[in-house]
Design a protein around this ligand. Sequence first.
Ligand SMILES: Nc1nc2c(ncn2[C@@H]2O[C@H](COP(=O)(O)OP(=O)(O)OP(=O)(O)O)[C@@H](O)[C@H]2O)c(=O)[nH]1
Ligand SMILES: [Mg+2]
Length: 281
Amino acid sequence: MGYAQLVIGPAGSGKSTYCSSLYQHCETVGRTIHMVNLDPAAEHFSYPVSTDIRELISLDDVMEELGMGPNGGLIYCMEYPGYLDDDYLVFDCPGQIELFTHVPVPRNFVEHLKRKNFNVCAVYLLDSQFVSDVTKYISGCMASLSAMIQLELPHINILSKMDLVSNKKDVEEYLNPEAQVLLSQLNRQMVPKFGKLNKSLAELVDDYSMVNFIPLDLRKESSIQYVLSHIDNCIQYGEDADVKLWREGSVGMATVLPGGGQRARGLVVNYLLLKHANSIM
Ligand SMILES: Nc1nc2c(ncn2[C@@H]2O[C@H](COP(=O)(O)OP(=O)(O)OP(=O)(O)O)[C@@H](O)[C@H]2O)c(=O)[nH]1
Ligand SMILES: [Mg+2]
């Protein structure tokens, strides 16, 4: 069983920076993750790229051959390095969010990952600055929802760049948005003829009751760990270690379990973090 995060979100939402911080965090706690660049337009990275789509296709190639090119390129990124069963991959995706909502390529790629026995989770980043304007926020929610529907993956929304938010209270109501609050804010900002549309949008967010965000402040190691623990839970990372771990009846055994040591360690950290979430946030 392999594990994978597909890091998606609008252009500039902080995907590559998140990948880089995640890599550093995992290095610090002694966890191995492999970073895969899926952005053919990316120029430089602050994390070691384990596989790079640019080795196979340049942006020009993609533009020339749109159709087959990207699909083949994505599959190559999976197959070429010969990742092992137990590997944890993080895919840094391009910011063209339409790719995940309009084109079947990412969906095919996800199917391929699943066939290869990977537990995959979509990690959608939204810039906290979007929250200052409810219309931008709603459009970010809609993009997230359509990616959710298109990819049919376990999905985690993250509000990135929390260091830029001076008053945390301002964003709190956007983490678990209430349809009524959104609706009244939208109506206040827009002319009355949009009333019906606003109502439908607010109801959509409410119906799915899936649009909620975990705040991420990259200055805080605990914040990165908290986000990672949610994602790990989502893709069941460490669950087989879980059984062994609790059967042994001792958290201390985790590090000496053959093979499962690293995951078991991650699990213990997850467990403690989720238990003490309130004091961390
Ligand atoms: N203050 C602050 N700036 C950030 C943070 N994360 C990213 N940025 C900045 O936001 C800009 C975009 O960040 P990237 O990580 O390149 O965003 P991206 O989503 O990978 O962008 P694309 O790949 O172009 O879609 C850069 O100038 C980063 O320095 C953060 O947590 N806090
Ligand atoms: Mg990027």
